[in-house]
Design a protein around this ligand. Structure first.
Ligand code: PLP
Length: 355
């Protein structure tokens, strides 16, 4: 472990003698056991997979390292993507590492500040599109059809191949797949990738269990739940603000073959889960990541029995990506004090937790 996903899982990835093997440290992310939320939800075996621990702070790095290695193998001059933020951050970083040009199309005004900062810092060429993610992706698909630039959105199958390694890791650590996997759904590439990973391990005899895939969209951006594209998707969770997912059919297949669900959670439910995750588990995920936990809480309240079940929630990206959301939704009080010991003592006495 710790050698990067290309090296660790090369036998199960589209790697040949021509493919450069490198790593920026992606993969091998922590699987942390819940200490509070799990027991409170009647689930003694709940884990969080911390994908925010990848090099650019989201799971996108797993697929990007494979897509970038293949782009190098094919002697591409550059890469291009549409992005709600994390794909552009990842593409920009890996392109910088590989000395390739990166063009990123970003819906103007809809991307969290930390992600935009990353794309800028890594030196991507940033095009702010006066439209939403779906419009930007359509443009990238059209452009890369006729130009020798590699598309690195998750319609690029190398992205999905890389992302499936997270399912391998969970299975390796737990020595089987979990019973349930809860995961946010945006463009639906990740739920597709996890299902592929679990199925491949099952076929290899490394898993006995095939998990039920439990995908969650935001209510204002829930095309799969509604059964039709959403022209103007709305949600505070910008990473899943997508109205026409590229991997729609594959996500439905993952749901149906696994006996799972794809459901929606409201922005209020997402924010509540976002706060609980940080304040009760010490895990700071970005709002979209909290959709998995919001989904778990919702289904539990609707009567899902998790007794004796092993459950994994995917925390897809770091909370530091979206500092505005963290500050504006915070419930923690700040206390102003004079710079002397008495003021500190008084303030501490007032804020001691009740025992
Ligand atoms: C990309 C992303 C998602 C959505 O993943 P899809 O593959 O588009 O369904 C969820 N959370 C975060 C943090 C992301 O970056």
């Amino acid at each position: 472990m710790g050698v990067g996903v290309l090296q660790q899982y090369r036998d199960l990835l589209p790697v040949n003698e021509e493919t450069p093997i490198f790593s920026m440290g992606e993969g091998d992310t922590p699987l942390v056991r819940s200490r509070q939320l799990g027991p409170e939800l009647g689930c003694s075996d709940l884990f969080f997979k911390l994908e925010g621990c990848n090099p650019t702070g989201s799971f996108k790095d797993r697929g990007m390292v494979v897509a970038m290695a293949k782009a190098l193998e094919e002697r591409s001059v550059g890469v291009m993507c549409a992005s709600t933020g994390n794909t552009s951050a990842s593409a920009a970083a890996y392109a910088a590492y590989c000395n390739l040009a990166a063009w990123v199309l970003i819906p103007k005004g809809e991307v969290a500040l930390g992600k935009l900062a990353q794309a800028m810092a890594y030196g991507a060429r940033i095009l702010l599109v006066d439209g939403n993610f779906d419009a930007a992706l359509a443009l990238v698909r059209e452009f890369t059809k006729t130009n020798p630039i590699t598309l690195v959105n998750s319609v690029n199958q190398h992205r999905i191949e890389g992302q499936k390694t997270a399912a391998f890791e969970i299975s390796d650590v737990l020595e089987d797949a979990p019973d349930y996997l809860f995961i946010p759904v945006g463009n639906a590439g990740n739920i597709t990738a996890y299902w592929r990973g679990f199925v491949e391990y099952h076929q290899l005899g490394r898993n006995e269990i095939l998990p039920k895939m439990m995908g969650f969209q935001a209510e204002g951006a829930a095309p799969i739940v509604r059964g039709e594209p959403v022209p103007y998707p709305q949600t505070i969770a910008s990473a899943i603000r997508i109205g026409n997912p590229a991997s729609w059919k594959f996500a439905e297949r993952a749901r149906d073959q696994s006996g799972g669900v794809i459901d929606a959670v409201s922005d209020d439910e997402i924010l509540e889960a976002y706060r609980l995750l940080a304040s009760r588990e010490g895990i700071f995920g970005e709002p979209a990541s909290a959709a998995s936990v919001a989904g778990l809480i919702k289904l539990k309240h609707n009567g899902l029995d998790l007794t004796g079940k092993r459950v994994v929630c995917i925390i897809t990206g770091s909370g530091l990506k979206d500092p505005d959301m963290a500050v504006s939704s915070a419930q923690a009080d700040t206390v102003e004090v004079k710079p002397n010991l008495e003021a500190i003592e008084n303030a501490i006495m007032e804020t001691l937790p009740a025992r």
